[in-house]
Design a protein around this ligand. Structure first.
Ligand code: 26Q
Length: 804
């Protein structure tokens, strides 16, 4: 910041704008008419924009004061580096945090406008795929509420996660140009633009003082322009910052081309630079080695680190002795792990620190969070690509690796296999850089995202590294923000909880356990009735959404059974489908004594290139179609696939859910976070012994959780002799399910389309072992259904889930 003394002054309370309804009404009108040039009958997007600008004005003083507060030298600041921030909608969240919902509703009322309708005009900021991106957004929210000096650094994708349409049951992707209309929640700060380099070559030389130096020459340059997004804390005057980079070309032309008379060509070439932040990669489970993705990763790491070093120098000049004590970088998976090498480059080449000084700083400031155990999801970049795109960074990685492998050799003398296994550079099948290993070697902390997951990392994937550095490894079980996921999404339940235990739980969720004494129904008849009523109105709201989006009628008395998450084989949406077909078979054969009506909702995007996941979506839609049209079935069973599942859908879904499906193959779901959002809204979990399900089970007790399926060791033990065909043959219900599937009952018009999906489940090498858990799944489903018929008991369990 090139602040003058005056700029550095904390803004006084008197600078704050009034937040009464009258003032909001006044400013809303001024923005709509005098700023946007629109009137009340306009496209409702402008109403949303006018209200957002009105609200944003009221964040500004806190935002500025928080920024100044965080600059105080004694604070250790954390930087959350992430290729994804799945923040969803902002307006409602700020209204809640600033406690101006009522005034805003009143102000809108003056124009006969509904606050809720205006809020629904906001497009989701879909700058992420799923769990990892949403986790980043939840952390930002919590850090602001906890007054922690944490800055998020990410990319301002022009196109976020694609929009999912369903046509004839198939997923169709459409680009989501969410920034087409202006985004009132970002503030461009062109004055802090950074330059990022690509390509070129390196040159080693000695300077006049005889010191060895490296230059990175003939590079292409791309400008990184920061756009700041405010992150408000819950009613505490704190507004933190999420800084998102946009790539643009420099104004310099390639002079050769220019002079050769190809002016248009040299201007057109500038387009390449802008492509870097054009689109979010929509795959969340396997890396694909695309050059543009590596450009994105380096662009984020370089721009962010330069920005941080710039701010450091403003206060401390070239004294880096305290840098590590006052800064920490959290790497959200390996996606920004190139930051390890980039910080070394900046400190050595630009700031002229020695290798040892630079390494001391880097390895004490970097921390790495792993989010997956699937080996196919571990990032590897070909050395060839690295060499061409980031030659200086590759040199540094080679040097880090050489020094590291010497350490390995000292620790395990003569163990050359160990050195080969642990090398940051994989030598087999074309050399590549193992980003996870770079992250581990360069970090002081490595964490998994649930107890089981952190444990499995130590025993499996990162075992060698754990043996070398046990002290680096730790667990940080994921969490979700109760502000968005209860207080905002479920106002009726929120008011009810606060009426009993006060509202301290909204910013300190541990207080929610005060609700436990109200779970017993004996002395809490009224409370139980109110709890059921809140669930019921939330179910009505979801039923309306399902009707509108899917054309399916959900009856609110039925049990709402929901699985929403990315579509992936390991998450086993197929197991859910097998159960649905099993219920359908039971209805058809009249086996419906003591039946519980059920509405099954499934939603989730598939990566565009993931055939099996896309075919699973088609299967769900076809099964839904057949079942919903069958008059024999009626309200006993309804099935819907909700298109374009996203953050704002979950805000409607979680509060309305009775049964939360968390049915991944044990050992495959690192944590899960949807499971937590459902639980806190009073849903019961039907789940495997996987990820954070285990901690949910521990917290709520087995009486309030439907556990099923093989455990991790049992899965691994069965693998060697897994024989799905014989399991099917031995189970009449499962046999009937497969019989119906294979008969083409669900795809009469498109024969054969489900063959691959069916075959995958019958394959002895099926990594997800769907069939192995069928029997235990349908049995526990039956228990859940029985339990649901005892509404008094169910309500008790529901309250316990929220309270725990
Ligand atoms: C990698 C390379 C190239 C392109 C894309 C990617 C990529 C992008 C996103 C790889 C993975 C992701 C996202 C992974 C993810 O969301 N993992 C989930 O993280 C959650 C938060 O920790 C966990 O709760 C989930 O269990 C985990 O699946």
């Amino acid at each position: 910041m090139n602040d003058t003394q005056d700029d550095l002054c904390v803004l006084p309370e008197t600078e704050k704008l009034p937040t009464d309804a009258k003032a909001l009404e006044h400013d809303f009108r001024r923005y709509l008419i005098h700023h946007l040039g629109r009137f009340l009958g306009c496209n409702p997007h402008y109403l949303y924009e006018a209200l957002s600008l009105t609200v944003r004005d009221r964040i500004m003083t806190d935002w500025r004061n928080t920024w100044l507060q965080h600059r105080l030298p004694k604070q250790r600041r954390a930087y959350y580096l992430s290729l994804e921030f799945l923040i969803g909608r902002a307006l409602g969240n700020h209204l809640l945090n600033m406690d101006i919902e009522e005034q805003s509703a009143e102000a809108m009322q003056k124009f006969s406008l509904s606050l809720e309708e205006i809020q629904s005009e906001e497009p989701d900021a879909g700058l992420g795929n799923g769990g990892l991106g949403r986790l980043a957004a939840c952390f930002m929210d919590s850090c602001a509420t906890l007054k922690l000096p944490v800055l998020g650094y990410g990319l301002r994708y022009e196109y976020g996660m694609f929009r999912q349409h369903i046509q004839n049951g198939y997923q169709v992707e459409e680009p989501d140009h969410w920034l087409r209309d202006t985004n009132p929640w970002e503030l461009e700060r062109a004055e802090y633009t950074q330059r990022v380099h690509f390509g070129g070559h390196t040159e080693h030389f000695t300077n006049r003082r005889g010191e060895p130096r490296t230059r990175w020459l003939n590079t292409e340059e791309v400008l990184a322009i920061p756009f700041d997004v405010p992150v408000s804390g819950y009613r505490n005057g704190v507004v933190n910052t999420l800084r998102l980079w946009k790539a643009t070309a420099t104004d310099e032309f390639n002079l050769d081309e220019f002079n050769a008379g190809s002016y248009p060509e040299s201007v057109a070439a500038k387009n390449d630079a802008e492509h870097i932040t054009m689109v979010l990669y929509p795959n969340d489970s396997s890396e694909n080695g695309k050059e543009l993705r590596l450009r994105q990763q380096y662009f984020l790491a370089s721009a962010s680190l330069q920005d941080i070093v710039r701010q450091w120098e403003m206060v401390h000049g070239d004294d880096y002795s305290n840098f590590a004590a006052q800064n920490v970088f959290q790497l959200n998976d390996t996606h920004p792990a190139i930051a390890v090498a980039e910080l070394m480059r900046i400190l050595i080449d630009d700031k002229h620190l020695s290798w040892d000084q630079a390494w001391e700083i880097t390895s004490n400031t970097m921390a790495y969070t792993n989010h997956t155990l699937l080996p196919e999801a571990l990032e590897r970049w070909s050395v060839k690509l690295f060499e061409r795109l980031l030659p200086r960074l590759l040199e540094i990685i080679f040097d880090i690796n050489a020094i590291f492998l010497k350490q390995v050799a000292i620790h395990w003398p003569g163990d050359s296999d160990r050195r080969r296994r642990m090398s940051i550079i994989e030598e087999d099948h074309g050399k590549s850089v193992r980003m996870a290993y770079l992250a581990i070697v360069g970090s002081f902390s490595v964490n998994g995202v649930a107890e089981l997951h952190s444990d499995l990392l130590k025993k499996g994937l990162f075992r060698d590294f754990y043996e070398l550095w046990p002290e680096k490894f730790n667990n940080k079980t994921n969490g979700v923000t109760p502000r968005r996921w209860i207080a905002h999404a479920n106002p009726e339940m929120t008011a009810l909880i606060s009426s009993k235990i006060g509202d301290g739980w909204i910013s300190d969720l541990s207080q929610i356990e005060k609700l436990k004494p109200f779970a017993g129904s004996a002395n809490n008849k009224l409370f139980h009735a109110q709890w059921q009523a809140a669930k019921r109105s939330n179910k009505t709201r979801l039923a309306e959404l399902v009707k509108k989006e899917c054309g399916v009628d959900f009856a609110v008395d039925s049990m709402f059974d929901v699985q929403v998450k990315r579509t992936h084989e390991y998450k086993r949406q197929l197991l859910n489908v097998l159960h649905i077909i099993h219920l359908y078979n039971r209805i058809r054969r009249g086996d419906t004594l003591d039946w519980t009506n059920r509405c099954v909702l499934i939603g989730g995007k598939a990566a565009p290139g993931y055939f099996m996941a896309k075919r699973t979506i088609k299967l769900i839609n076809n099964v839904a179609e057949i079942i919903n049209c069958d008059p024999e079935v009626g309200d006993k069973l309804k099935v819907a696939f909700l298109p374009n599942y996203r953050v704002s859908s979950m805000e409607v879904i979680a509060p309305a859910t009775d049964l939360s499906e968390q049915i991944s193959t044990a050992g495959k779901e690192a944590s899960g976070t949807g499971n937590m959002k459902f639980m806190m809204n009073g849903a019961l979990t039907i789940g495997t012994y996987d990820g954070a399900n285990i901690e949910i089970l521990d917290a709520v007790g087995s009486d309030n959780f439907f556990l099923f399926g093989l455990k991790v060791d049992e899965v691994e033990a069965m693998r060697a002799h897994y024989d799905p065909e014989s399991i099917i043959a031995a189970d009449e219900d499962l046999k009937a399910v497969f019989h119906l599937l294979e008969s083409g009952h669900f795809n009469i018009e498109e024969p054969g389309i489900f063959d691959a999906v069916i075959a995958s489940m019958k394959d002895p090498h099926d990594p997800w072992m769907t069939v192995a858990d069928f029997r235990s799944y349908i049995e526990i489903q039956q228990q859940a259904a029985n339990a649901y018929r005892d509404q008094q008991h169910w309500t008790r369990m529901s309250i316990m889930n929220t309270a725990c």
